[in-house]
Design a protein around this ligand. Structure first.
Ligand code: 13P
Ligand code: SF4
Length: 305
């Protein structure tokens, strides 16, 4: 028996009362079934105010966990089994505790790209869209920040009055963005000299400094509506190039590096999504104590952003 996956997913969405939240890196085949697209911050806000019976998250596990933390009465599922962002596993509770012992006066700020256990030890969480704004509002002068050392460096530059201490250290970061090199930038720029460049803050500081803009994926989605430009170099995961091309068919978007693929995000397919919806798979669960302790730092993030 062959089935039309898109029609079947739309039918299940109606029948089981799902809201489908889709991260900007997702494959274009998933566009027709999503209710909302966005960056980590935008999707968190949507999860917090949904009235649907179920949330289906097309993204990676830390995003789905954040949705559950903000909407604990709602059943949250993922579109594939264990699409864990490797960076989110780089900051363990024990490491955070060691840093707190060494810097007892510091605020603990975690990137939302962490597992719930790390969030539970945090004073506040941030995303790439609001990290500098939130950290600048904190009373503490010392800030323990992790796990992305490139985002830490970006915040340090934007908020020089604070001392940003990266946890677990300089190796913390995203394997996708860490592949991006200055040579990639120079090659694309040589081919498209008029293109405006936008870089995700998970990329190196050299690339951040070389680019016209440093933006979250949500910021990248807004930029073409805010400036008068026709061509853009996109310094983030390759799915963002598809997303931008879909949103702005009259403009041109060039990937900084075509090998910038997040294999965890790419686990989400129409078929894995259909299976999760049809057979109630990939339900996100958290230890109730962790969930409770992770709620305040996420809610504080939403208040401060
Ligand atoms: P955004 O919050 O900018 O969408 O980033 C999420 C992410 O995983 C970047 O690699
Ligand atoms: Fe994680 Fe990097 Fe994938 Fe984003 S692109 S989900 S940070 S591995």
């Amino acid at each position: 028996m062959s089935i039309d996956l898109v029609s079947e997913i739309l039918r299940l969405k109606e029948e089981k009362d799902y809201v489908i939240l889709c991260h900007n890196y997702s494959s274009p085949t998933l566009y027709p079934i999503a209710d909302y697209f966005g960056d980590s911050l935008g999707l968190s806000k949507l999860a917090a105010k949904t009235s649907a019976s179920r949330i289906m998250f097309i993204g990676v596990t830390f995003m789905a966990e954040t949705a559950l933390i903000l909407s604990p009465e709602t059943m949250v599922q993922q579109a594939s089994s264990s699409p864990h962002c490797p960076m989110a596993a780089q900051l363990k509770q024990e490491q955070i505790k060691e840093f707190i012992e060494k810097y007892p006066e510091a605020a603990v700020v975690t990137y939302v790209n962490t597992r719930a256990e790390a969030k539970a030890l945090s004073d506040v969480c941030v995303t790439s869209a609001n990290a500098d704004r939130i950290i600048s509002q904190l009373d503490e002068q010392q800030i323990l920040f992790g796990p992305d050392a490139n985002l830490a460096a970006y915040v340090q530059k934007r908020v020089p009055e604070k001392e940003i201490i990266p946890m677990p250290g300089p190796r913390g970061g995203c394997y996708v963005h860490r592949q991006f090199k200055l040579e990639h930038f120079e090659q694309v720029k040589a081919q498209h000299p008029d293109a405006i460049s936008m870089m995700h803050p998970e990329a190196s500081t050299v690339l951040q400094d070389t680019s016209d803009y440093v933006l979250s994926t949500g910021g990248m989605e807004r930029l073409p509506t805010e400036i008068d430009a026709q061509e853009f170099i996109v310094g983030t995961e390759i799915g963002m190039v598809d997303r931008l091309a879909h949103l702005f068919p009259d403009k041109n978007f060039y990937p900084l590096f075509t090998g910038g693929i997040c294999y965890q995000q790419k686990k989400n397919t129409l078929y894995s999504l259909y299976e999760a919806m049809a057979f109630d798979r990939n339900v996100v669960r958290l230890d109730p104590d962790i969930l409770l302790r992770a709620t305040a730092p996420i809610e504080r993030m939403l208040e401060l952003s």
